[in-house]
Design a protein around this ligand. Sequence first.
Ligand code: GTP
Length: 604
Amino acid sequence: PAEERIRNFCIIAHVDHGKSTLADRLLEATGAIATSAKNAQVLDTMELERERGITIKLQAARMTYTAADGHAYILNLIDTPGHVDFGYEVERSLQACEGAILVVDASQGVEAQTIAVVQSARAQGLEIVPVLNKIDLPTAQPDRVAAEVQAILGLDCTRAIHASAKERRGIGEILEAVVARVPPPRAGSRARPLRCLVFDSSYDAHRGVIASVRVVDGALRLGDRIAFLNSGAEYEALELGVLVPHARPVHSLAAGEVGYVCGAIRALADAKVGETLAHAADARAQPPRVAPLPGYREPRPMVFCGLFLHDGDRFELLRDSLAKLALNDASLVYTAESSLALGSGFRVGFLGLLHMEVVQQRLEREYGLELVMTAPSVAYRVTTTRGERILVDSPDKFPEQSAIASVEEPFCAVEIIAPFDCTGALMELCQEARGEFGNMQPAGDGRVLLQYALPLGEVISGFFDSLKSRSRGYASMDYAPSDYRAADIVKLDVLINGERAAPLAMMVHRAAAQATGRRLAARLKELIPRQQFRVPIQAALGAKVIAAEHIAALRKDVTAKCYGGDQSRKKKLLMRQAEGKKRMKEIGRVSVPQSAFMACLSLR
Ligand code: GTP
């Protein structure tokens, strides 16, 4: 098809505002999927994704639509991941489009993520089409929300579309708006040397890497020798296709088109998201006839934790499982690590907390592993007194205090939208988290938009929970890593029965060390079951103990306190103990349950 008959667009929205439902409706209305197939959401393929309702992997669906002007158009809907952990992938998928449908729940209004995704879409120069969804709800106030979108996001809402994805209202209008308002791909680019943007890549056991591409310049044909410009790897294009939404092979893909390429590519590292695919001959020419598309970055892990097994015998399985997951997830990084208390395991880097949770669940569910995870931490930049600069992503690697000249910590830009009457409580929370106030403005409907710079280390340790509880569940937030700033960070050690519990060590801000140490010791006292002997628990900075507790020795019969002969209650208690035992690790002759390792998370 000619460029002027192609539209490449995506749908952007805050979580739960109806992105997936609307995507299904568009596919349905254009006949790409049968109307009856309303059970599964077609664009989300991973089981976990559907369960959690979060879009993780990007895909593209191609639709044919005959518009009111009588012409047939190819509409490529590019799916974007919905969470900030996948920010770089969102950016790449936006780059593959010329326009975006912005879905805003008309009963909720603009939320923190709405602002973040609109900013990204603007940065990519996309035409944004506002859609006010869920107008079927009695609580919907599309006019008020339209005014809000206009005031907060500065988007012209005079032509905002009122829709109900659920009741299939406004769908035709949205398709017409895509044709009329989203610009076609730039004309004339087909005469240039081939360049494609890889905006998604996944691994298939039979075909190797499947790269989703947007052809930016030139044309890609079956059998072409291709090269990835950043990795330098060369392959042959063995299969080309489009997703309608199921894979349909084609012979070529020309500039403006979206499709996928397979080339028996064995390593995901060769064809990462953000790569530029070109003809090998153009890449090899001296000087090269093509330059990589701008903006390529290696995905940068921001959150780290230790991953160990309850059952040390299955280490090989853990290693293989991580390798398999990494085949499909270029942003997952890990190195082997061993700990006296926990045995052999890995230090794993994630894009954020959600990414961490998804990986944990997949390892447990798909590979049947029982994991012990240490508290997550960020990576600090430490300069030693000898002038070395090291990246410290684990308390194990934190140098002795006397060897440290300075420490820098990662910061992030945070946007919070909350009811106005929570403003004081939330500003206090940000203050406690060492936040730097940025801006505050009304966000419509009695709400406020707060902008802060916050240390990422604070954001990943219980901040979301506090935010929710201090706003009665109403606040929404979004964060994006920004810069590194000087910080007085120290290593807080935990000693159980006199022995250092390496997995419980934390890197914390000096001002918070004492309070954290106290709370940690108190939590451990609750979480570690009594032993036959008295167990001291201490928190220390270097050799200096800053907080101490102890667990009294065990009484003979644990069930004695279950008064009377309440058998079911006794049984429950014993069962709970047995269950707990499975996840225990020995430190200083004391059995420490996994919940203790996660205790650091809920310290705020
Ligand atoms: P994520 O995948 O988590 O980003 O969410 P999403 O934005 O894709 O939202 P999704 O399509 O999964 O919809 C969220 C919820 O809103 C689901 O329970 C939908 O059934 C419901 N929903 C979507 N559109 C409408 C609508 O027009 N009206 C009503 N009443 N509910 C809707």
